[in-house]
Design a protein around this ligand. Sequence first.
Ligand code: ADP
Length: 142
Amino acid sequence: MYKRILLPIDLDQESSREKALPVAMEYCQIFGARLFLLTVVPEFGSGLIGSFFPPDFEEKAISEARDRIEALAREKISSNIKVSCHVAQGPAYEEILSSARELKADLIVMASHRPELKDYLLGPNAARVVRHAPISVLVVRN
Ligand code: ADP
């Protein structure tokens, strides 16, 4: 049924992947689907604020994000699942939506929000992805 599953990962929120990752893996096993791991690093701004960052700050952040998501794939994803790692930069929900399109994903699996924020049901990125994605989104409740 699903063949290309996108799992967006917030590397700063270890807990955000604890529930979504096993669900995405299970779906991959059941459907023989390929898994795309995606993490999005923010833009660090231009103009006055941006001028305070060292010139190679962005490249280092992107490279660190790539190392971390690849380590995650090695450590947590079963070897019988075909997985590829992707790093994007920009607003998280926009990059999740555009990556889903580019990677031709047919399902997005993501956590609802950080577990410690119990006063709302959907985090800002999850809410926007659910609202705008033209494909199915499985929101794993924290
Ligand atoms: P919260 O603000 O509580 O973290 P979010 O809506 O931002 O709520 O997070 C829910 C899910 O959105 C995360 O589990 C993850 O799947 C996705 N997400 C959020 N930020 C990022 C990011 N920087 N890169 C990739 N995915 C992200």
